[in-house]
Design a binder for this molecule. Structure first.
Ligand code: HEC
Length: 181
């Protein structure tokens, strides 16, 4: 034994880290998985062409729906927490499984956001495409997805109650005033 020598401290630190890593393996947030497709899923409300549906399924639903396909390493902490944060954050912003619960104007906004994010290459997240090479969108996939979202946004916009559009305009003007623009 070398008392409180440096070696001993290092050994204790390593043991402490291993113990912590073992303990956190037992803490798991609930998985984002649901067997049924609800009536509020975007595919139940609107026509989604097969190729677009495939793209959404392969590259967006893991973070933007009620069903995530978890890779094996997601069972390892702290990877699981990190993934879970993306899913929670992603779903809060946009949940395709729950699309029908959005007001029409919100649906339009979300579809326009999709066009923007995809055209700018912001979505799917780069941390995701780094691992899921197949989720890198080809030019064709981007074009099909954005063309569909644009068209659907227009169709839904035509059905938005005029009062909602008025209210939204007022809200935006108030925001601009507040920001001093
Ligand atoms: C790895 C998880 C992940 C994947 C995969 C992913 N997203 Fe996201 N997405 C997020 C997160 C997290 C946010 C919120 C934070 C941010 O904007 O960066 C977000 C935000 C968004 C927003 C912004 C919503 C708003 O109202 O501001 C849109 C639109 C979006 N994603 C569309 C998509 C589309 C379309 C795909 C597939 C082509 C996709 N995302 C794939 C995680 C993901």
């Amino acid at each position: 034994m070398d008392g409180l020598g440096g070696k001993n401290i290092l050994k204790r630190a390593v043991i402490a880290i291993v113990v912590i890593l073992v303990i956190i393996q037992f803490i798991h947030p609930d998985k984002n998985q649901n067997a049924s497709v609800t009536d509020y899923h975007i595919t139940k409300l609107y026509t989604v062409p097969e190729n677009v549906q495939r793209t959404l399924d392969n590259t967006c639903y893991d973070c933007h729906s009620n069903n995530t396909r978890y890779p094996w390493y997601s069972n390892i902490q702290p990877v699981n927490w990190w993934l879970n944060n993306h899913v929670v954050d992603g779903k809060r912003q946009l949940n395709f499984s729950d699309f029908g619960h959005y007001k029409l104007l919100k649906q339009v906004k979300k579809l326009r956001e999709i066009v923007e994010e995809v055209e700018e290459g912001e979505m799917p997240l780069s941390s995701y495409t780094l691992i899921h090479k197949k989720a890198v969108l080809t030019a064709d996939q981007k074009q099909e997805l954005t063309a569909w979202a644009k068209k659907l946004a227009e169709e839904i916009y035509a059905k938005v109650p005029p009062q909602d559009i008025e209210d939204e305009k007022k809200k935006q003007e108030a925001r601009k005033l507040k920001e001093g623009k």
